[in-house]
Write a protein that binds this ligand. Structure first.
Ligand SMILES: NC(=O)c1ccc[n+]([C@@H]2O[C@H](COP(=O)([O-])OP(=O)(O)OC[C@H]3O[C@@H](n4cnc5c(N)ncnc54)[C@H](OP(=O)(O)O)[C@@H]3O)[C@@H](O)[C@H]2O)c1
Length: 333
């Protein structure tokens, strides 16, 4: 089959279009013909080698975490899916590879594609949708009437998280550039802060939850937005000891994580704020909850650009540039 392969980590990687063997199918997996693949910052970061210690991939590697497609083969122990099912998924770490014609997907990570979505729209959802779900529902238990600050509302995670937080009944503040203010308002944001001209910590106070996705400078600003007892959930680091334990990292890596997060954990504790790092994971049952929200009309996919399969490198570079408005998708079929 054809696939885009990463041969070596690089600051500007060029994936190589190669003829490779079909992915080996395990008993608890289905083989999916890829119709569309979502492109994520995680693909770009892995290609730069940023996740070498956490995700020890062997190169050459087929990138791609999000897939929408059709089941063409079913493993011996698979019960919930059959040939011909239209499905979507965030692939499991160390089992990625949707920038290809076919990919093997764990049954436990898979869901039926939402009715009424195109394959491209469906492929835009899993990683960012599950990130928002695991941050706002699982970790924060966001409740009606609470106030949440979601950074970078115009990005892949932000555009989904705003809609989810509104569905959960929260008041939503977000950051965006002035050009994207109307866009994030159309997704439901109540308060929009121009991140290039204003400081969030001057404008937002007493918030319950922050979904942090930017750099160290904005992390401290995020901290000051919260009231004592509030929750700071970061998806862009630094990783904390709980995460190190959850992924059973080596003693050295756990020590590094403890050191990297010592400052923010200390400053958070001083303010009575809970700090947690989230590294989202594949999860079929949660994806089915998201499917229901999409089918009910509570959440809609936001696709910025669709690239043809041949232009996979261009799609990755576009995401890597960091200014996508919603999601970027590769269409194969
Ligand atoms: N830990 C996890 O599980 C996890 C999961 C998903 C994502 N992430 C991380 O979360 C971050 C966001 O991911 P994403 O997929 O949403 O990225 P993305 O789609 O590439 O984000 C692009 C958007 O961010 C906006 N933006 C850039 N800098 C900003 C700033 N300083 N303040 C506010 N908005 C800004 C851009 O708006 P303009 O064009 O107007 O600048 C653009 O619309 C990435 O670092 C990603 O790696 C982590």
């Amino acid at each position: 089959m054809k696939a885009f392969v990463l041969d070596r980590y690089a600051s500007r990687p060029a994936l190589r279009l190669a003829d490779v063997g079909m992915p080996p199918l395990r008993e608890d997996e289905v083989l999916v013909e890829v119709y569309a693949a979502g492109v994520n910052q995680l693909d770009a970061k892995i290609s730069h080698g940023e996740f070498k210690r956490i995700l020890p991939y062997r190169l050459p590697l087929i990138l791609g975490h999000d897939v929408a497609g059709v089941v063409v083969q079913v493993g011996a122990r698979v019960r919930k899916f059959k040939l011909g099912d239209a499905v979507y998924a965030r692939l499991d770490d160390l089992r990625i590879g949707s920038f290809a014609e076919f990919v093997a997907v764990k049954e436990a990570s898979l869901a039926l594609k939402p009715q009424g979505l195109t394959m491209e729209q469906a492929a835009s959802i899993p990683l960012v949708g599950l990130t928002a779900w695991q941050a706002l529902v699982e970790k924060a238990a966001l409740a009606p009437g609470q106030q949440v600050f979601i950074q970078a509302g115009s990005g892949g995670v932000g555009s989904f998280a705003i809609q989810l937080a509104k569905h959960l009944g929260a008041t939503v503040a977000t950051t965006a550039s002035a050009a994207n203010a109307d866009f994030v308002k159309s997704l439901g944001a109540d308060i929009v802060i121009d991140y290039r001209a204003q400081h969030v910590e001057d404008l937002l106070h007493g918030y319950d939850v922050v979904l942090h996705s930017q750099n160290g400078k904005t992390l401290d600003a995020s901290l000051r937005v919260l009231h004592s007892g509030g929750k700071l959930i970061s998806i862009s680091g630094p990783p904390d000891p709980d995460f190190g334990r959850a992924i059973a990292a080596s003693g050295f890596v756990q020590w590094v994580m403890r050191m990297l997060s010592a400052g923010i954990r200390r400053r958070a504790q001083k303010r009575g704020v809970g700090y947690a790092f989230l590294f989202m994971t594949a999860n079929g049952p949660q994806l089915r909850e998201i499917t229901a929200l999409i089918e009910s009309g509570a959440i809609r996919p936001v696709v910025d650009r669709v690239f043809p399969f041949d232009a996979t490198n261009e799609a990755l570079a576009y995401v890597d540039a960091g200014h996508a408005k919603g999601k970027v998708v590769i269409k194969r079929k």
